[in-house]
Design a protein around this ligand. Sequence first.
Ligand SMILES: Cc1cc2nc3c(=O)[nH]c(=O)nc-3n(C[C@H](O)[C@H](O)[C@H](O)COP(=O)(O)OP(=O)(O)OC[C@H]3O[C@@H](n4cnc5c(N)ncnc54)[C@H](O)[C@@H]3O)c2cc1C
Length: 387
Amino acid sequence: MSSTHQGRGQPAVVVVGAGIIGLTCALRLEDSIKNLSPQAKPLVLLVAKEWPTSIPGVPLGHSVDYASMWAGAHVRPIPATTPQLKREAKWLKQTVAELGRQVDAQPWLGITRTPGIEFLEAPDEGYRLQNHESFSQESGLPGFRILTPSELPKDVVLGFEYETYCINAPVYCRSLLRKFVLQGGKTVNRTLASEWEIFSLPFDVKFVINASGNGFGKDPKCFPIRGQTVVTDLEPAMKTVTRQLKDGSWSFIIPRFFHGGTIVGGTKELGDWRHEPDMATRNRLLKNGQTLVSHATGQSTLNGQADRRTLGVIADVVGRRPAREGGMRIELETRTVTSRPGEEREAHTIHAYGAGGRGYEIGWGVADEVMELAAPFLEGLRSGAKL
Ligand SMILES: Cc1cc2nc3c(=O)[nH]c(=O)nc-3n(C[C@H](O)[C@H](O)[C@H](O)COP(=O)(O)OP(=O)(O)OC[C@H]3O[C@@H](n4cnc5c(N)ncnc54)[C@H](O)[C@@H]3O)c2cc1C
């Protein structure tokens, strides 16, 4: 990681957080300054305490709070029935378009086009009213089709399929980080007490993007949603399959292409802070997941030949989704800060945290909205105005 002592006084724009939100914002920032003259161009700094390196089953650890390492991750649209879901649908559609461009141009990044199947035992009105038009309008994903009753497993009352994306989360984040560094971005490995601490670094910090996941734990609207899943040796799963059970729990299979095994999940436990995997939960996830295997591998039960391969456990996963009441905080905040003794200055932070369980499927749309808030500062750099 680079040293912070090199850049005294050098103009810099800083992203806090190397999760999926920080990485998408950092890359969009690099794009938006690439045509600036060398004199106007600021350094783009990424500051974080955890970085993408994990391989399930290998002793390279990450905390449960670094959500981006623990995600499945698939793109699974949710009918946009609330203001929060409508906002997220816009970001999702933008992200879907970007993932499509990336998978075509750079198939090694960690994204794979994958069929998605959903089974619901007790669908709410949003799902019951969803059709081809509303689904493609809200998500931009093709191929929506409601399954016929004969295609549904027992106890499932609604099912549908569509074309979507699966992302090998650690591989993708690593690819994005490599890209960021190759394009000239610098990294600082640091545990911060606050996003405002950045203004005491020895740079002329123009603005900060706070992509810290949970807003440094200071926002009363933030709360964790514990997710427990199992990385299994099921290969090859070709489809991502999700079942919403009557009791409100979930069962899903997400292929992690690029030799990442297959994720069998998962829990969504609001406000649950437990770090350790729970063995009763693991057994329940595997038992429910087993019933989805034939759908995920394409060895359908329809002809009576269920795929009965046993799921072998590679690793138990526990991660905390950084959720926030009402959805993400994407907002510019300006404060007067003391950057050094006797030196007060106006400091600008664009907050971008609280992605909950959707960071991968909304990340590029979020980054675009963050760039809209950053536009006046970037324009100031272009024109040489004092910020
Ligand atoms: C089990 C599970 C399954 C999931 N499945 C999906 C899925 O299928 N699809 C999907 O879209 N999403 C999924 N998610 C959600 C997704 O993982 C999150 O929405 C996303 O990772 C949030 O990214 P983030 O960048 O906001 O936060 P994080 O990934 O938590 O990153 C935060 C960054 O900020 C840094 N940071 C935090 N505090 C400090 C500090 N004090 N000082 C310095 N740096 C700091 C961290 O080191 C890290 O680099 C899942 C999550 C879990 C846990």
